[in-house]
Structure formats: C-alpha cells, structure tokens
Design a protein around this ligand. Structure first.
Ligand code: GLN
Length: 278
C-alpha cells in the first residue's frame, strides 16, 4: 500500500476514531465539495485527492476542538431551506420549526398580512414564513449587522423577496408600524448557565443565547413593547426554554394579551408561548 493514496473508505474509518461517524461523512463530503451521501458510498474505493485530504484533516481537527458542524460546513437545513450559517448567527434548530408552524396557521395564505421577526439571525424564521406565505410582507430585525448580512444572503440565495431586513434591537426599527403577527426566537438562557460553556453553544454568539439572570430579559422587553406594534387581534409568538412556559404566559397575561397558550415541541416540552392583542 506504500505510496497509494487512501480511499474514501479508509479516510472515513480513520476519522471515525476521532469524531462522530455522521460528522465524519458530512465533513468528508464538504472537503470533496460534494453534498450527496449516496455519492460517498458509491465512490468508497476511490482515492481521496490530496487537496481534499488536507481539507478533511483540518476540518476533523477543528471538529475535535468542538467547532459546530454547521459552522464548519457553513450551512444548516431549516424548514425547507438550506441556510448559510456562520459564527455571526445562532445555528438554526429543529425546535424553532414549531414557531414557524404556529405562525403559519395564523397567517392567511390568500391575503397580504404584515409579519415581523425579531432578532432574525440567519433569517431562518422570517424566510421560512415568507416562503410559506408569499403574500405576507415580513420585516426582520437584528441588532447585529453581521447577522443581517447572512440573513440577506440567505434571502437572495432562495429568491425570497417578501422580507425586508432592518438593523436594530428587537422592535426599535419598527417605530410607528403595526403588524398582524410578531414572532421571535430571542435569547432565553440564564447568563451563567453552565450549558453556555458546553457543546455548540460555546461557539455561538452569546447575544443570541443568554439574556439576564433568569434568561427572560429579552422576552420582557419584547412583551412590553409589542402591544404598540400589533394590530387589533394580532398575535405575538415567542420561543422560550422548556422550563419558562409558565413565566412567559404570566408576562403575556400581565401585559393584557388574551388567548394565551403554550405549544410543545416534538419532545413534548413547552417551547412556544403565544397570545393575541385585542
Ligand atoms: N434553543 C437554544 C438552546 O437551548 C437556545 C436558543 C435561544 O436562546 N434562543 O440551545
């Protein structure tokens, strides 16, 4: 075997001793500039080109240091969309699809309604809603220009034209405007929560994860400001942590929202609380 380039299968087997098997496959495909897992297995006996082998080695080394796969690939799937995902944005998560589902059932498909997404990050929520409801006009805000650049690139890549991106905190870029529905996946982890120092979270923007001593600072800000930006009967939908359902329902009721309820994610955990402004 001396002098023979290792095959894809050899390279994968060696990597599996260092990182998770599934991650190894995704990173090898990325190093080979391919997307399709089936291709990998059909070509298992092919030699790995030298440039791909060195890219693969550096991706494995970064993964060993804990860098999230979504950042190494620069992409993550959300809803029906493949989204550019950089360290400037929170990695889109499957549980957030519940927020999109709950928004979509409250947005009629046959007329133009106004929707806002606060703290859009990669644009995941705004773009998923906009693609499901092409007649809606969506405004997405973010305090980070770097995040907005990613979100705008994602809108362009998917040819989604019914989202307008604006720079600023939560509802501040919406002065004087009212919406039929406002959705947000704000930061909701308590500052100092040990999870912030584990796994993918170590590499994500802290401003997208943590929010004050009980994790509810951003949610309080949004709940306080939202009524001035909702049309009569308009909905506010908030993602939150699985132990925060009761607290968020309390905040919404105190602010005067009605029909307040919490929806559970696929793991049966409280995840999205919503209320109507009457
Ligand atoms: N759901 C994320 C987590 O717990 C947190 C995202 C957020 O704070 N919005 O990892």
């Amino acid at each position: 075997m001396a002098g023979t380039a290792p095959t894809l299968e050899h390279a994968l087997r060696a990597a599996r001793g260092r990182i998770a098997a599934e991650d190894a496959e995704l990173l090898l495909l990325h190093a080979l500039q391919r997307r399709d897992r089936a291709w990998l297995f059909a070509h298992a006996a092919d030699p790995v080109p030298a440039d791909a082998a060195s890219r693969f080695e550096s991706l494995i080394a970064r993964r060993e240091q804990g860098e999230p796969v979504a950042y190494l690939l620069g992409r993550r799937g959300f809803w029906t969309l493949d989204l550019e995902t950089t360290p400037a944005v929170l990695i889109p998560r499957p549980e957030t699809e519940l927020l999109v589902e709950q928004a979509a059932v409250r947005i009629p498909a046959d007329r133009s309604v106004r929707v806002a997404d606060l703290g859009t990050g990669s644009g995941a929520i705004a773009l998923a809603i906009a693609s499901e409801r092409p007649q809606a006009s969506v405004v997405a805000t973010d305090a980070s220009e770097a995040a907005l650049a990613v979100a705008r690139a994602n809108a362009r890549a998917h040819g989604i034209r019914n989202v307008e991106f604006r720079h600023g905190d939560w509802l501040s870029p919406l002065a004087g405007e009212r919406f039929d529905l406002i959705a947000s996946n704000p930061p909701y982890i308590a500052a100092g929560d040990p999870h912030l120092r584990q796994g993918d979270l170590r590499f994500e923007p802290e401003s997208a994860l943590a929010s004050g001593s009980d994790g509810l600072d951003a949610i309080r800000t949004i709940v306080r400001a939202a009524p001035a930006h909702l049309l009569p009967g308009g909905w506010l939908l908030l993602e939150h942590g699985w132990e925060q359902g009761e607290a968020v329902r309390g905040l919404l009721r105190l602010a005067g929202f009605v029909d307040v309820a919490t929806e559970r994610d696929l793991e049966s955990r409280d995840r999205v609380t919503l209320g109507r402004w009457s």
